[in-house]
Ligand binder design. Structure first.
Ligand SMILES: Cc1ncc(COP(=O)(O)O)c(C=O)c1O
Length: 450
């Protein structure tokens, strides 16, 4: 296949990258991981160039940060206009209009036809921490429920709410108290012979039991979940499950928090993935693609809940910086003008179509799934036993990388390849990237069979 975009001339790391990698090993701890053994020179749209002149098609988007693509002209323009005026005044010292405008727009676009308020923070973990803080203040309750397999960040409470031990929690206890983990469905791995519907009913029954065996609902401030689990491998729950949990929350005065940090801003073909489930969360946390790479996050919530905290109880030095807010407004502008929600649907159709062909061809693929452009492949040693194949997943990603496609792993068992390509990717780039992914699977399976 002739390649127009992916162009890797050197073994990775190339000579320049190798030198920097040595310096990195001396200067940066290994706990800060890296997926690609090279360093970026420039990035635009869905393409990345490294310092050795290699070019990659980006199927990772900085882990779901670049839905509008790298260095989109509109975002760059907004930053260039803002930076000379003022970089940071501290919203709690001297306010600026972009914070208000972004808050108004997000309140408008997010699920729920009720009055909302919005506040900004710096990272996804910080948004989740603060959402729980607000929920505790409002309800006067202490407990928080998250779900098995959920990922909410690396700070103490966010890590405590995360439902996967390695690498996020292992040897990092003690964890924050009053955090409980409820079951979450994993349809591909449901008991053999059980229909999806019966499985969903069974899981909902288990959540009800959980409120008997683990924590009384009257003590619970909030129930937090991702609409579609990101780090755990793009696990899509049944609509009935999400609605059932939401109804239980309403019944017991528990606030429902949707962590839309990975699913938001068009990834699933809608601004917010909760819109697929017909649920109106009390609080929504956002980050990643909301500002195309500027470190900003937010909480969108029902007005009466958001207003419960007193002045000075919420916020932080850099929360909602002018550059982040301007980038956020530029992202919303691009999403609307370029119709990126519709584009995500089209990308998803193409990806799922290719995935179905790959599934026919490679029996190391146990499952492929997704909503919109949030699509993943799950690798197994055997389709009958569904034994996860973490090694194969690593090999596929390496083969893809060496051919010029950067994708990400995920999964409770680290056996999932997930795609988070910029939604501005062209059809030609997408086709080429998917063809390379197919070649990578072929090479990875061939290397096992020799
Ligand atoms: C669903 C979800 N929540 C929270 C986070 C944490 O965000 P951050 O790394 O910005 O703290 C992530 C990051 O991957 C995420 O995917």
């Amino acid at each position: 296949m002739s390649k127009q975009f992916a162009n890797v001339n050197t073994a990775l790391p190339g000579p320049k990258a190798k030198e920097l990698l040595d310096r990195r090993h001396n200067a940066v701890p290994d706990g800060v991981s890296y997926g690609t053994p090279t360093f970026v020179e420039s990035a635009k749209g869905a393409l990345l160039k490294d310092i050795d002149g290699n070019q990659f098609i980006d199927f990772a988007g900085a882990i779901g940060v670049n839905n509008v693509g790298h260095s989109h002209d509109t975002v760059v323009g907004a930053l260039q206009e803002q930076a000379p005026k003022y970089i940071h005044t501290g919203f709690n010292v001297m306010m600026y209009d972009s914070y208000i405008e972004l808050a108004e727009k997000l309140a408008d676009l997010s699920p729920g036809r009720f009055d909302k308020k919005v506040m900004f923070l710096n990272s996804g973990a910080e948004a989740n921490e603060n959402a729980v803080k607000i929920a505790r203040k409002y309800t006067g309750r202490q407990a928080v429920v998250s779900v098995s397999g959920g990922f909410h960040g690396r700070t103490l409470l966010a890590m405590s709410m995360t439902g996967k031990v390695k690498p996020y929690k292992y040897e990092y206890g003690p964890f924050a108290p009053e955090v409980y983990h409820a079951p979450f469905p994993y349809n591909y791995r449901r008991p053999e012979g059980m229909t999806e519907e019966a499985y969903t009913d069974e899981l909902l029954r288990r959540v009800k039991d959980f409120f008997i065996t683990e924590v009384d609902p009257s003590q619970v401030a909030a129930f937090i979940m991702e609409p579609i689990q990101g780090e755990s491998g793009f696990i899509v729950p049944d609509k009935k499950f999400v609605q059932g949990v939401y109804e239980l929350c309403k019944q017991h005065g528990i606030l429902f928090i949707a962590d839309e940090i990975q699913t938001g801003f068009g990834r699933t073909g809608k601004y917010f993935a909760m819109d697929h489930f017909g649920v109106e969360p009390d609080l929504v946390t956002v980050s990643k693609s909301m500002a195309a790479g500027l470190p900003i996050s937010g909480i969108i919530g029902r007005q009466e809940i958001m207003d419960f905290a007193n002045a000075g109880e919420l916020g932080g030095t850099y929360c909602g910086t002018p550059l982040g807010c301007r980038a956020g407004l530029a992202v919303l502008d691009v999403m609307e003008k370029e119709n990126l929600n519709a584009r995500a649907v089209k990308i998803g159709e193409k990806v799922m179509d290719k995935f179905s062909t790959m599934y026919e061809k490679f029996d190391v693929i146990g499952d492929y799934r997704g909503i919109g452009a949030m699509c993943a492949l799950e690798f197994v040693k055997d389709r009958d036993t569904k034994e996860p194949d973490k090694d194969m997943t690593g090999r596929v990603l390496k083969e893809a990388r060496e051919r010029g496609v950067i994708a990400l792993n995920a999964g409770i068992f680290d056996n999932v390849v997930r795609l988070l390509m910029p939604l501005v990717i062209t059809d030609e780039q997408l086709d080429e990237g998917l063809d390379i992914l197919g070649e990578a699977i072929e090479a990875a399976t061939a290397s096992v069979n020799v």
